[in-house]
Design a protein around this ligand. Structure first.
Ligand SMILES: [Zn+2]
Length: 97
């Protein structure tokens, strides 16, 4: 009964992890619906250094010297923007440049 055509099992129609009601989060405060309290309002954005920031700092340190390696930590576009609910403080999402 089993045939060799069963090598590739059918993948269930699973929806992608992103999309749907998820609002695209940019580096700036964005209108989004809080998954926790369902409030639709502008998010609170915190810029945190990411792995990329540390790597960039290391690269700049090697090229431009130790004095310049703090630049990525001062430039918001080099950091990850973490969006939280301005009402309840729940994590909504993050934007990585
Ligand atoms: Zn909330």
């Amino acid at each position: 009964m089993e045939s060799s055509s069963n090598l590739y099992p059918k993948v269930a129609d699973a929806p992608p992890q992103y999309g749907g009601t998820q609002t695209h989060l940019g580096p700036m405060s964005t209108m989004a619906t809080c998954p926790s309290c369902q409030a639709r309002q502008f998010t609170t954005v915190n810029h945190e250094p990411s792995t990329k920031t540390h790597l960039l700092a290391l690269l700049i340190c090697l090229v431009g010297g130790i004095c310049c390696c703090c630049i990525p930590y001062c430039v918001k576009s080099c950091q990850t923007a973490t969006h939280t609910c301005s009402s309840c403080g729940a994590y909504i999402g993050s934007h990585q440049n």
